[in-house]
Design a protein around this ligand. Structure first.
Ligand SMILES: N[C@@H](CCC(=O)N[C@@H](CS)C(=O)NCC(=O)O)C(=O)O
Length: 223
């Protein structure tokens, strides 16, 4: 049993819950967040789940972000680091690609997702879902809807060459990008012709972890 602190609407937490499902490891989730609670985002007057500002949590994760895990006393934060830990120590070999080259390529796409997709997605989710309407900025939304086409084209081209981001098999590299693209699909902002991404999402949607923690629209629209 691995302990996880996070929230189901956090894309970083979703990555970890999907990774745990890939490894078939049971977990115990403690709801934690400075920005979201049972009634949505704090900017709409909701009360946050909390915990992340307490001294015991800050000892585990000085950033006060989610997710954090406790794997039998081994405390770790940062979703991509947690996925790497799970793949190397707790998962089937295929999850880390099975060889160093494959693993390095998976990590490359995990960093790429953080750098190229997540900042735009953050704008989309804030402007479409989380901020109260009076605080939204339509110009920012329009810009993000257009801006996302560039990374989507890059990913679509990669997936024209191979079925998964790092090669011929599913790895941890598919998890951050797969969750991000699912969020973009649910937010339904702009039309883009990305058939290889659609085919890849269909492949991902056969996986239990994706079905449970990523596919449901409420995990992206909650807030
Ligand atoms: N690089 C970190 C980023 C952590 C992060 O910023 N998490 C977000 C949720 S995805 C967060 O804590 N948001 C504020 C909150 O919910 O309190 C990771 O991948 O875990």
């Amino acid at each position: 049993m691995i302990k996880v602190w996070g929230r189901p609407t956090s894309i970083c937490t979703q990555r970890v819950l999907w990774g745990l499902a890939e490894c078939d490891i049971p977990h115990e989730l403690t709801l934690a967040s400075a920005t979201m609670g049972p009634n949505g985002h704090v900017s709409k007057g909701g009360v946050a789940f909390g915990i992340v500002d307490t001294p015991p949590y800050r000892t585990m994760n000085p950033n006060g972000t989610v997710p954090t895990i406790d794997d039998d006393g081994f405390i770790l934060w940062d979703s991509n680091a947690i996925l790497l830990w799970l793949a190397l120590k707790r998962g089937p070999d295929a999850l880390s690609g099975g060889d160093p080259q494959h693993l390095a390529r998976a990590l490359q796409w995990m960093s790429w997702t953080n750098e190229k997709l997540e900042p735009i997605l953050h704008t989309l989710v804030m402007e479409l879902v989380r901020l109260p309407e009076s605080e939204r900025d339509p110009a920012k939304l329009d810009e993000a809807c257009i801006e996302i086409s560039r990374p989507l084209e890059v990913l679509n081209a990669q997936l024209a060459r191979q079925p998964f981001v790092a090669g011929d098999r599913f790895t941890i590299g598919d998890i951050p990008a797969g969750a991000a693209v699912r969020r973009w699909q649910v937010l339904n902002c702009g039309r883009h012709d990305v058939p290889n991404i659609v085919a890849w999402q269909n492949r991902l949607s056969e996986r239990k972890g994706f079905q449970t923690y990523i596919a449901p629209p409420e995990f992206h629209l909650g807030g």
